[in-house]
Design a protein around this ligand. Structure first.
Ligand SMILES: [Mg+2]
Length: 413
């Protein structure tokens, strides 16, 4: 089994296998997969007593630079979390964008009125989707992946999604390729064994030909320095089909794992690209679908993505022109991801929910992946969040190991 086959086998749970374990709980012992009837009863015995909101601040390990389209990504953002506390003193928390006034109405309700073990969060309470999954896990003494059925592997490949155009910074004294290699090394030392390189420097930051040349040089330099690591590339739709074919020809021996958003997705160009890839022996997967050009008018099972966007993606997947959907974790929504994963699986398409740029999100995806399977690799975000303890999760041999702690296993400190 080569590296690629191993990863694909892992994504389908063929390697790690499923295990039946007892979740570490203070009060209750719940076997995995969780018994729904038992779980519903326990959830009905807790009422929401208090909902607190707090702001968290992420700290990336360095200034994250530009990609093909966007300027500097900064040193880590600020975002809101909600902390749910039940009348029995159990807590659950997670990212949530809901304003306080909109969630007040849930105080006094049974947890089972907001969340079902098999269905996830009720439509009404989706503002608290992540906190409710964490709370249900805390009440049941079970990790989120167990609530989801424990269908996927507990060890998942993860890549660093924080390698941007570091060769172009600082702007007054650009470091060149060494800048990118330094970022890779920092993430390698943090445990990553897969890097996603941003490409598309010629879209707006460099003259086109120079940009393509630099993209090629960077890719080759990272491959040379890290022969044992996976390399993914992401053009943020900043290439033309013709230029992407030239780029891929020039890095054909670099064994790219995937090419993400090479250009705005369309059948003709993807067909040409795939034919070209076959000709040059490039086995990279095509990952697409993150960027939306329109919003859905109402929330549906693909959340805020439009039906047209999703239909296009599935049509492309059917022709094997797109292999991995990188739809965003939050735009689809956690509960929706639970429901749509079987549809992706049936269509022979893998998932890797987009997580950039909030540090808790890769951990949510790791639980989703261990819970419902079909996630080929997790987008990781190196760094720390002030006031959060992520230590239950370990990176071992480039894989993230999903812990047996209740809920998401992330602690507020
Ligand atoms: Mg992307």
């Amino acid at each position: 089994m080569d590296r690629r086959e191993f990863l694909q086998a892992m994504a389908f749970g063929c390697v790690a296998g499923q295990e039946t374990v007892n979740a570490g709980s203070t009060e209750q012992k719940v076997s995995i997969p969780v018994n729904s009837k038992f779980a519903r009863k326990l959830l009905s015995e807790h009422r929401i007593q208090k909902i607190e909101t707090r702001l968290l601040q992420d700290r990336y390990p360095r200034l994250v630079g530009r990609n093909a389209r966007l300027g500097h990504h900064g040193r880590g953002g600020q975002y809101q979390i909600s902390i749910l506390i039940t009348d029995k003193g159990v807590r659950g928390w997670g990212m949530s964008h809901g304003p306080d006034e909109q969630v007040k109405k849930f105080v006094g309700l049974q947890v089972s009125e907001l969340f079902d073990i098999e269905e996830g969060t009720n439509e009404d309470a989706l503002l608290l989707d992540i906190p409710l999954h964490d709370l249900a896990g805390a009440i049941l003494g079970a990790p989120v992946y167990a609530l989801l059925g424990a269908k996927g592997p507990r060890k998942l490949p993860i890549y660093s999604g924080a390698i941007y155009f570091d060769d172009l910074d600082p702007e007054d004294k650009p470091r060149g390729i060494e800048g990118v290699l330094t970022s890779c090394q920092q993430d390698y030392e943090a445990g990553y064994r897969a890097f996603k390189l941003k490409i598309g420097r010629g879209f707006k930051w460099m003259p086109r030909e120079e940009g393509i040349k630099r993209d090629i040089e960077v890719t080759r330099a990272v491959r040379e320095k890290y022969p044992d690591c996976l390399i993914l590339v992401d053009a943020n739709d900043g290439y033309t089909c013709k230029d992407m074919m030239r780029y891929l020809s020039a890095v054909a021996d670099c064994d790219l794992f995937w090419v993400e958003e090479p250009f705005p997705e369309n059948r003709d160009d993807l067909l040409k690209l795939k034919e070209h890839m076959a000709k040059i022996g490039c086995k990279a997967l095509i990952a697409d679908g993150e960027t939306r050009t329109e919003r859905s008018e109402k929330w549906w099972r693909y959340g805020g993505y439009s039906q047209r966007h999703i239909d296009t993606l599935f049509a492309l997947a059917e022709e094997k022109l797109v292999d991995v959907f990188v739809l965003d974790l939050g735009i689809v929504g956690f509960t929706n991801w639970r429901r749509i994963m079987p549809e992706l699986e049936q269509s022979g398409v893998k998932a890797s929910p987009h997580t950039w740029g909030w540090i808790p999100r890769p951990f949510y995806v790791a639980q989703l992946a261990a819970g419902v399977g079909n996630v080929i690799i997790v987008e990781g975000i190196p760094g720390k969040t002030e006031g959060v303890d992520y230590s239950a999760y370990k990176l071992v041999n480039g894989q993230i190991v999903v812990p047996d702690e209740p809920g998401f296993g992330l602690k507020l400190v």
